[in-house]
Ligand binder design. Structure first.
Ligand SMILES: NC(=O)c1ccc[n+]([C@@H]2O[C@H](COP(=O)([O-])OP(=O)(O)OC[C@H]3O[C@@H](n4cnc5c(N)ncnc54)[C@H](OP(=O)(O)O)[C@@H]3O)[C@@H](O)[C@H]2O)c1
Length: 292
């Protein structure tokens, strides 16, 4: 199989770099090789490589910055996925794309299913939803996997932020009214890989038959406050922590340029039914991620 991975340096992309080579010949790209704002270059690269499988782990994920960089967010998150879908359809390739819980407004009081109405509250969420719609309009053999609160132990993830804050502050305030599913990038990549390996002998037909939007996120849900509490408890270097109190506060105490949905937990039963795939409980994954 000839595989193209976009966004190789991101949280999810880095995990895919480790496992996709088991499936075939791989080309891994990110900013430095291909700026996705250049849609013609994207089309050219895809036509030159003619992959059988495109895994799009790239995205403009700076939720607050997107409010002032709308054009960039729209190009990367909405237009580029549309181009990927068009070329994929032409060259008969499978497209795996990721979307977000931020397509919802967070006003529901139970986890969101794929049938729930979307209503993004910020530019990032709007750009990701347009990306979904652009792919859907083209059709073909695609999976749009909506996930939420993705973290890894690299870079600027929420986990690393909390660990950093805990080393500089005695009192930490964390919002307790934003609730979703913490999702370990490693498990998300592995679950995707499982689907791909299961159907690898006839990928285009098998994914084509099951194409659509699926929710795929860590099991259970939590507030950012509960998540932070577990991060501190699992810290392998707890003696380095200065923090003495962790205080739950409301989002109103930390105004941000982008409004975030309050309750955006995802119900992942459709993917469990269709592909027999479930991610472990978020606490189990967090413990594993922080002990590796
Ligand atoms: N992170 C979350 O909490 C979260 C939640 C829900 C859904 N998701 C979705 O899950 C997927 C993976 O997220 P992630 O957290 O792994 O993202 P990430 O770590 O931000 O990685 C995204 C990658 O895309 C690259 N990229 C951004 N703009 C680009 C451009 N113009 N041209 C080429 N590459 C570009 C980034 O490069 P730079 O780093 O250099 O910008 C980065 O390497 C995305 O579809 C995201 O929307 C994420």
């Amino acid at each position: 199989m000839n595989i193209l991975l976009l966004g190789k340096n991101g949280q999810l992309g880095s995990e895919f770099q480790k496992i996709l080579p088991k499936l075939g010949t791989t080309t891994f790209l990110d900013y430095e090789e291909l700026d996705l704002r250049d849609l013609q270059a994207l089309e050219q690269v895809m036509n030159d490589l003619k992959p059988n499988l495109i895994v799009n782990a790239s995205a403009y994920t700076a939720v607050d910055r997107a409010e002032t960089e709308q054009e960039t967010a729209m190009k990367v998150n909405a237009l580029a996925p549309g181009v990927m879908a068009e070329v994929a359809r032409k060259i008969r390739a499978v497209l795996i794309h990721y979307s977000t819980d931020y397509v919802f407004d967070g006003k529901k009081d139970a986890p969101y299913t794929e049938n729930d109405a979307t209503h993004p509250l910020n530019i990032y969420g709007r750009s990701k939803l347009e990306g979904e719609e652009n792919i859907r309009q083209v059709g073909g053999a695609y999976l749009i996997l909506r996930t939420s609160w993705v973290y890894s132990m690299q870079g600027d993830s929420f986990v690393n932020k909390v660990l950093g804050w805990a080393r500089k502050n005695k009192n930490l305030k964390i919002v307790n009214d934003q609730i979703s599913n913490p999702t370990w990038a490693c498990e998300l990549a592995k679950a995707t890989y499982l689907i791909l390996t299961r159907y690898k002998t006839n990928l285009i037909e098998e994914i084509g038959e099951r194409h659509g939007v699926y929710h795929l996120a860590g099991g259970g849900h939590a507030s950012r406050y509960e998540w932070a509490r577990q991060i501190l408890a699992n810290d392998p270097n707890r003696t380095e922590q200065l923090v003495q109190t962790l205080e739950p506060v409301s989002s109103g105490e930390f105004p941000t340029p982008a409004t975030r949905p309050l309750f955006s937990a995802l119900d992942c039963s459709k993917i469990a039914k269709t592909f027999d795939i479930r991610l472990p409980d978020w606490r189990v994954s967090l413990q594993k991620a922080m002990s590796e």
